[in-house]
Design a protein around this ligand. Structure first.
Ligand SMILES: Nc1ncnc2c1ncn2[C@@H]1O[C@H](COP(=O)(O)OP(=O)(O)OP(=O)(O)O)[C@@H](O)[C@H]1O
Ligand SMILES: [Mg+2]
Length: 325
């Protein structure tokens, strides 16, 4: 059963009376022990999707439509107070900039103890014990609980953040570019750790990244976003072997390491649209080599073309995109 079900999510930002449709038509599910990698160019709405789920949008951002269901609970209509209980206890988010995650003047362990005691009715001693166990779990020595953030390396901080994210036993972890700021060896260790913990804690994980090779190696499913739309979603195997949306096809082709040596790198002419004034119909049509009349007129539905493989393209499944990648 799906832990997280996002349906037709729309999130807009308001800028001096203008409406920026940052997320507009995003539908996906994540099951227990599954990781969905969400990828797409900068500004396509990945972080906005994550912040909408957690309801931590900037003040000028609003969920304008759709639903977010977490373990049977509809999050979009919860009161702020109810939503505060959901954060940490049901869903946690891990951010890219580990350096900013902890208050620099407080000991790391104490900060995690605070999170636990705010959500669970436990004594300080019990919470400290929990932090010790979690530290051990993420590969940190329990005695390092009393360190201050500046005493940790970037990789250690990321481990501490993961320990904090797990502290209240959530069902869902959202990781927004969690390893981008780390070097490759540390990145791989953190990704291995996340996989191991996911299995142990039955987590559903939403993993956001620019890097499709990280998706190919670490995720079960993949979602590709373009200009606020989720244009394709499916298993990593299906989407990487045979993408059915012209944009995903090009994007995957632009990452040679994803599918072994390539003859040539794909290049997508043009730039992503300005979201204050995006193209009519399919948002990708001005850049799409297969565009027909209908593409500038009607927005494509998000359709299931093969089992579990959904695509937002009028011609999905009918185009010859060059066969297997
Ligand atoms: N508070 C805000 N007010 C107005 N526009 C915003 C705000 N936050 C984000 N945006 C805009 O919303 C769009 C989506 O941004 P978002 O941060 O979700 O993209 P992203 O896919 O996470 O990008 P990146 O890969 O660079 O992290 C962008 O056009 C961005 O400029
Ligand atoms: Mg982002």
């Amino acid at each position: 059963m799906a832990v997280l079900e996002v349906k037709d999510l729309a999130t807009y930002y308001y800028l001096g009376g203008r409406e920026l449709k940052a997320v507009d038509g995003v539908t996906f599910d994540i099951d227990q022990k599954r990781t969905l990698g969400l990828a797409g160019e900068s500004g396509c709405g990945k972080t906005t999707t994550a912040y909408s789920i957690m309801r931590i949008l900037a003040e000028n951002g609003k969920i304008a439509g759709g639903s977010v269901n977490l373990g049977g609970l509809e999050l979009t209509t919860l009161s702020d107070e109810e939503m505060r209980k959901v954060r940490w206890k049901k869903a946690s988010i891990v951010f890219q900039y580990a350096m900013n995650a902890f208050n620099p003047v407080l000991r790391i362990g104490n900060q995690i103890v605070e999170v636990i005691r705010e959500k669970d009715d436990v004594s300080e001693e019990e919470a400290i014990m929990t932090v010790s166990t979690l530290f051990d779990e993420v590969g940190l020595k329990p005695e390092r609980q009393t360190d201050y953030p500046h005493e940790f390396s970037g990789g250690m901080l990321q481990r501490a953040i993961i320990a904090q994210a797990l502290a209240c036993d959530p069902q869902l972890i959202i990781a927004d570019e969690p390893v981008t700021a780390l070097d490759v060896i540390v990145q791989n260790k953190i990704l291995d750790l996340l996989r191991k913990l996911q299995d142990k804690y039955n987590l559903a994980v939403l993993f956001i990244t620019h890097d499709l090779s990280v998706v190919a190696e670490n995720c079960h499913d993949v979602g590709i976003m373009y200009a606020g739309n989720l244009v394709e979603v499916g298993s990593v195997e299906a989407v990487f072997k045979r993408s059915l949306h012209p944009y995903s096809y090009k994007l995957i082709g632009a990452f040679p390491s994803v599918v072994g040596p390539k003859k040539r790198l794909e290049f997508i002419p043009g730039v992503p649209p300005n979201l204050l004034n995006f193209p009519s119909g399919c948002r990708f049509h001005p850049r799409c080599p297969f565009a027909q009349d209908i593409c500038s007129k009607e927005r494509p539905e998000f359709r299931e073309i093969e089992s579990g493989h959904y695509v937002m393209c009028h011609f999905a499944g009918e185009l010859d995109l060059g066969g297997s990648q």
